[in-house]
Design a protein around this ligand. Structure first.
Ligand SMILES: *Cc1c(COP(=O)(O)O)cnc(C)c1O
Length: 425
């Protein structure tokens, strides 16, 4: 807990939260560097790790990730622009959107950005573009849905029978069709699958990867040469939101994968990953202030400024995305059962709907007016997804780095007060 204590002390001392600005996201760049080195340590040298930009699309977070050695996986033109701004070069970006326009595809093929084809209609567009740009440097693959079933969270399971993603491998004679597609196109050198995100068991993900690895072997055998040289195994390593423990680790995943698909751990293929949440989640926190407290029906309620606008998944699907909080006094002292009475608490957000809760019915040391609440494990898919961006950007984002008692904080996205906004009108 020491690092987090230092983060909150630094945030308070530097007045990072004031009266206009009532919630901040903080990314720990030292933590991020350690996580990236853990990924590279867990897998052999034929693995190249890209970061799924949708998990944290902030230039000042992506640029360090690039420096630490990651590539970028992008899923929209906006993310592509952000990745280029963060300094990723075409060779280190892969474009995986299910809805790429002809213009998107042309840009990728022209500039040598790798991409995975989602469906046969997209393939027809690529065929035309390959005639136009026969010397394209893009590494092109097919996204395959192995249709092996979903995990615990429906909305993040992408390998179900009816998933919207990729080419459905088990339908009718799709497997034979796909083999013929590869055979007719020597420029199809890669194959891709992404089984799902949070909620998928490691064995389920490894199973999907085994299916496409066997398919790659079969395609290469039919063609008679190793046309497919890259296997893109997607992301999806789940994150433990219930404590500080990192479980499963990248090493745990590597072990499961090695047991099920040992071929990937030889030098035969270049293997690409696309981890998102597991890279950033535990390296970020939200800090917000308790604006008011009250009691309703025996429930202690602490109203803060972090709700559905930055904790969207948790507010709308609290059972799938439960999240931990820790209270701190206005001076930054952690609230514990030794210094505060423990009461049944709801920690609420600022939005006007009843489900706008960070957590509900929790036994917590009593939160008081002007206390701070730290919301843990929010470095991915939370404050970086600023759904309120077009209204009033009230959530600033900081990076923190440095030795334990000498942290430095840098504001990477400023927040504006209502006054600032009105002054511009
Ligand atoms: C979302 C996504 C990822 C990253 O998923 P995480 O659960 O954040 O690791 C990787 N690849 C693709 C294609 C995705 O859509």
């Amino acid at each position: 807990m020491n690092r987090k204590q230092n983060i909150i002390t630094t945030a308070i001392n530097e007045h990072a939260i004031d009266n206009n600005l009532t919630a901040i996201g903080v990314m720990d760049l030292d933590g991020l560097r350690k996580t990236v080195s853990d990924v590279y340590d867990a897998f052999p040298a034929n693995f190249f790790h890209t970061f799924a930009v949708k998990a944290n699309a902030l230039v000042k977070v992506l640029a360090p990730l690039r420096e630490y050695g990651m590539g970028a996986e992008v899923a929209s033109p906006g993310e592509l622009l952000i990745a280029l701004t963060a300094g990723f070069t075409a060779q280190n970006i892969i474009f995986d959107s299910p809805a790429k326009t002809l213009q998107d595809l042309r840009t990728c093929i022209k500039t040598g950005i790798a991409l995975n084809i989602d469906n046969l209609q997209e393939l027809a567009r690529i065929d035309t573009l390959m005639l136009e740009f026969p010397d394209s440097k893009s590494v092109i693959g097919f996204r395959v849905n192995p249709q092996i079933g979903g995990g615990k969270i429906g909305s993040t399971s992408t390998a179900t029978t009816t998933s919207k993603f990729g080419y459905a491998l088990l339908d009718e004679d799709n497997r034979q069709t796909l083999i013929a597609i590869y055979k007719a196109r020597p420029w199809l050198n890669s194959i891709h699958t992404h089984t799902g995100s949070q909620g998928c068991e490691l064995t389920l993900m490894a199973h999907g990867i085994k299916v496409i690895t066997e398919l790659a072997e079969e395609i290469n055998a039919v063609i008679g040469t190793q046309q497919i040289t890259r296997i893109d195994i997607g992301g999806g390593l789940p994150v433990n939101f219930s404590s500080e423990v990192i479980k499963p680790s990248f090493k745990d995943y590597a072990e499961v994968l090695k047991a099920q698909v040992p071929l990937l751990f030889t030098n035969k293929y270049q293997v690409k990953t696309e981890f998102g949440r597991a890279i950033v989640a535990k390296n970020g926190v939200i800090i917000t202030r308790v604006e008011y407290t009250k009691n309703a029906g025996g429930r202690h309620i602490a109203t803060t400024h972090a709700g559905a606008q930055i904790l969207t998944r948790t507010a709308f699907l609290p059972k799938s995305w439960p999240i931990r909080v820790t209270g701190y006094s206005a001076e930054g002292i952690e609230k514990t059962k030794d210094n505060s009475a423990v009461v049944t608490t709801d920690v609420a957000g600022p939005c006007c709907f009843a489900g706008d809760l960070i957590c509900s019915n929790q036994q917590l040391p009593k939160l008081e007016l002007n206390d701070y609440v730290m919301v843990h494990d929010t470095g991915g898919y939370y404050f970086s997804n600023h759904f309120d961006y077009n209204s009033l950007p009230r959530v600033a984002v900081y990076t923190v780095s440095g030795e334990d008692n000498d942290l430095s904080m840098t504001c990477i996205r400023k927040a504006e007060s209502l006054e600032d906004v009105l002054n511009k009108m």
